[in-house]
Design a protein around this ligand. Structure first.
Ligand code: ATP
Length: 289
């Protein structure tokens, strides 16, 4: 049996450079793995095809699930005649801007590659993953990465300095398609200093990182969903170094120097805000594969 961990990510910085004529957005983001994860298992079975079981979430375990699609794609490519039984223990909030589905799909690619000894390299798995989703190549390896193009140009960055995180998924649902659909990519009021953040990471300068946190997708979501700004303000007022929305939202994270500060913020939010999930956690250092 093969076990894989599928870690969630946040974006320390997220910039959109332009909307391409084909509708894709060219991004420049700093991705960071956080210690919130789904667990997957992969086991051969006699019956051919894919058996897929989900625990911990009300998601359809069918061909619409990214795990199933990733498994089907690899098995088709390699003409695998044996069957596989896959379980997914879901913990990452769904449709949260934390790439939970992409992380699961990446774990499925790694897991099946190992189970059936397919021999794909990490680079090959990233190429295959890109066909299923722009964040999947990043999720194959995880860690701290600069992500450019539509998400397929990845450059490893040094791990961030030690710190603690409070991560909150507010009790609202935000669709990624809605956010990108309403983004005015050629009229953005600001661009986060992603290069400056990469330099601050190289220098081990936490303040240099937190001072440069920015996400242009907030230009869409903050207007529509006041909870996002409210959570950011609460986190900063209660002592976080800075706070930001992750990905297309609505999850908000705060970076704190002390674990006690992150715990204090989490406790206050649990009382004052209707949140689906509140975590106190840390970054995962190095790659996940
Ligand atoms: P991103 O940060 O990449 O935008 P997200 O965190 O916003 O991702 P996901 O949780 O990855 O969003 O899921 C978005 C949608 O994808 C869900 O609404 C769900 O219907 C579908 N989906 C398919 N497979 C999965 C999976 N394994 N886990 C979660 N959602 C999945």
């Amino acid at each position: 049996m093969i076990r894989e961990r599928a870690y969630a990510k946040i974006n320390l910085g997220l910039d959109v450079l332009r909307r391409r004529p084909d509708g894709y957005h060219e991004v420049k983001m700093i991705m960071q793995t956080v210690d919130i994860r789904d667990d997957l298992t992969f086991e051969k079975r006699e019956e051919p095809g894919i058996g897929f079981y989900i625990e911990g979430a009300d998601l359809p375990a069918d061909g619409s699930n990214l795990v199933y699609r990733a498994a089907a794609l690899l098995m088709e490519k390699r003409q695998i005649r044996e069957g596989v039984s896959i379980t997914l223990q879901k913990r990452i909030p769904i449709a949260a801007g934390m790439a939970g589905g992409s992380a699961d799909a990446a774990a499925a690619l790694r897991g099946l590659n190992a189970l059936f000894e397919m021999g794909y390299s990490v680079e090959e798995l990233k190429e295959i993953g890109l066909k299923l989703g722009a964040d999947i190549p990043y999720c194959i390896q995880g860690g701290t990465m600069l992500s450019e193009g539509i998400g397929e140009i990845l450059t490893p960055l040094p791990d961030p300095p030690a710190c603690h995180l409070v991560i909150v998924k507010p009790g609202i649902d935000v669709s990624t398609a809605f956010v990108y659909g309403h983004l005015e990519a050629d009229r953005l009021p600001f661009h986060p200093d992603v290069d400056g953040m990469a330099a601050a990471l190289a220098a081990g300068d936490l303040k240099g990182v937190t001072d440069r946190m920015g996400n242009v997708l907030e230009t869409v979501t903050v207007k529509e969903y006041p909870a996002i700004e409210r959570l950011k303000r609460m986190m900063c007022d209660l002592g976080a170094e800075n706070a930001l929305m992750s990905g297309s939202g609505p999850t908000v994270f705060g970076i704190c120097k002390e674990r006690g500060t992150a715990e204090k913020i989490a406790a206050a939010i649990k009382i004052e805000e209707p949140a689906d999930a509140v975590f106190v956690t840390e970054f995962v250092r190095g790659s996940v594969d």
